[in-house]
Write a new protein. Structure first.
Length: 378
């Protein structure tokens, strides 16, 4: 049996795919007997409050001395990482998101010594948005080159990282995953009745309502679908584009058919109400929500952006169109929602794909292999 490790994990602890993946990974590693130390500015929301064996949380406190115009969070994080690494004798610092986490881990390693290995996982916007910024580019390149291992959540993100930052080192592919004990088709009959009549179909979109998600396209697709197939649209999440979207919905006279559910924690329960998930993003390095839907048996209709085509198999577990082609997306949705046989076969294909290619055991052991490799133990 491989030796259990002491692993520090840093992520953005509030809502967001990278924080979710980092926290779920930490929980699974702890279940496998590793000691996991979360180092963050607040307790990761997916961690919950209860004491969990092998899981520890170290809060970063920022010194707000009067000379500082901006309290130096990054420096406090780097120092905390080094303190925890020394005190707990961490083997690995696994940081999720390059800015500033990979940079802080690099600094921490300078303070602790080379025995501390740094693994950086890139999640998307750290490369597709931030690495395009000349003021950050060189720093992100340094953090990536100095990490002992770098992973990315899709082939597409690896390709973009290499292109944008001119990276020559190897990057491991580690897809996102979901815990199958949480993500499976739930009984949503009663819940669904609150929003839709039995003969109506339910389309759903879940995001942080940022421009990159193209939520306006979701409304266009739904508008077209609803003219052919009586349906409802459930919008889950909140964010900067929400007012614009509300305005568009009332302009189109769709207020009675669209329901805002706000932020929701029990995503598996919520997704299980849907017949189809809409994900027409401009950029999406992976699309964790499409995997969460897939694991609940719900196909995705979306764009071919970024890593989505690596997750959603066109014509099998969903349908993909060019970014912005809402006519095509609506056509696919109408086809799928009007054909019970096709819907059933897509559902089966979704469940099979989520359980085989993106299962928690598989991806967790891929991360473990990377840890042992950088430690020279395999
Ligand atoms: O999608 C977001 O806006 C949140 C963002 C994050 O950093 O949490 O998600 C990114 O990481 C997720 C987990 O790896 C991926 O599933 C998302 O595709 C990715 N978002 C983008 O690339 C826009």
């Amino acid at each position: 049996m491989s030796k259990s490790l002491k692993i520090g994990i840093t992520c953005y602890p509030s809502l967001g795919g990278s924080g979710v993946v980092a926290t779920e990974l930490g929980k699974l590693l702890a279940e496998k007997g590793h000691q996991v130390h979360f180092i963050a500015n607040s307790i990761p929301f997916r961690l919950g409050g209860a004491f969990q064996k092998n899981i520890f949380y170290h809060e970063v406190e920022v010194n707000d001395y009067y000379v500082f115009r901006y309290p130096p969070y990054d420096l406090s994080l780097a120092t905390k990482m080094a303190q925890v690494a020394k005190m707990q004798q961490l083997d690995i610092l696994h940081v999720h998101y390059a800015v500033p986490h990979a940079v802080c881990a690099f600094l921490a390693k300078q303070m602790v010594g080379d025995q501390l290995k740094v693994v950086t996982t890139l999640h998307g916007t750290d490369i597709t948005v931030l690495a395009q910024d000349e003021s950050l580019k060189d720093l992100i390149r340094l953090a990536i080159n100095e990490s002992d291992a770098v992973t990315a959540v899709s082939q597409d993100l690896i390709r973009e990282t290499v292109d944008v930052l001119d990276i020559e080192r190897s990057i491991d592919l580690t897809y996102n995953f979901v815990d199958k004990r949480v993500y499976y088709p739930r009984d949503a009959v009663a819940l669904r009745r609150d929003f839709a009549a039995p003969e109506e179909k339910v389309l759903m979109h879940i995001s942080n309502f940022r421009p990159v998600k193209r939520v306006s396209d979701v409304i266009d697709v739904f508008h077209k679908v609803n003219q052919k197939v009586p349906s409802r649209l459930l919008l889950v999440g909140e964010g900067p584009d929400l007012p614009k979207i509300q305005w568009k919905i009332s302009e189109l006279g769709l207020e009675d058919r669209v329901h805002f559910l706000g932020k929701q924690d029990e995503i598996a329960q919520v997704i299980s109400m849907a017949d189809v998930l809409l994900l027409p993003s401009e950029k999406e390095s992976f699309g964790l929500v499409a995997l969460e839907a897939m694991a609940c048996g719900v196909p995705t209709i979306g764009s071919m952006a970024g890593g989505i085509p690596e997750l959603v198999i066109h014509g099998e577990t969903g349908y993909l169109a060019e970014i912005g082609n809402t006519d095509q997306m609506a056509e696919y949705a109408i086809q799928l929602l009007s054909n019970e046989g096709q819907a059933a076969s897509f559902r089966e294909a979704c469940l099979h794909r989520a359980r085989t290619s993106f299962c928690d055991e598989l991806i967790t052991s891929e991360y473990e292999d990377i840890y042992y490799r950088v430690l020279g133990r395999k």
